[in-house]
Design a protein around this ligand. Sequence first.
Ligand code: DX5
Ligand code: ZN
Length: 217
Amino acid sequence: MSVKIAPSILNADFGHLADAVQRAERGGADWIHVDVMDGAFVPNITLGPMVVQAIRQATKLPLDVHLMIEEPRRYIKPFRDAGADGMTIHLEADRHAHRTLSEIRTLGAKAGLAVNPGTPIALAKDLVEEMDLLLVMSVDPGFGGQPFIDAALRKLREARELTQGRCEIEVDGGVKLAHAPKVRDAGATVVVAGSFVYLEGDGPEANIAAVPRALLA
Ligand code: DX5
Ligand code: ZN
């Protein structure tokens, strides 16, 4: 089963963001993962629609926008207008996730739902029909470079059981090359990696290109 690779630009060189995105594209990335943080839902602040627009101009790859913000419904249209192809909201940040997911689809984007390490997968049960992607966080959201939480492998299996192939299953946080076959075997169809891609080894092109090989091994 082929797994999509979605580099997170959170640890990229923001002084040369267009170049960082294009290097990921040259390395064979399938999507670009964009982490939006508001300093409220998570203890960090990153970027808004203006930066998504700049990334949109640098690549034709799908932009997978991960909204770690309170009440995300307020911002789905500005991010869609800026060029987001997919928008993922957190179940913990939205009391009306059903409405927000369907509004994301109405805007013509792919709708994703993310669950934190402490949130049971079962809480997403009645939202499966509304989502195109279920994101299993393998770190507590807010920063790149954190260690992978092994319990995420069990949650990926639960996500696969729950969704029965009806949507993508994405894993995000602390994923290194050695994790790639494990998360794939547990059910992930999309793998996000930030520090592994931009801060380690021989740079994004070589690091991304190493993933398919690791999955074949
Ligand atoms: C964390 C973000 C992740 C992060 C991934 O809150 O959602 O996308 O940037 O980076 P690494 O792979 O370094 O954990
Ligand atoms: Zn993310």
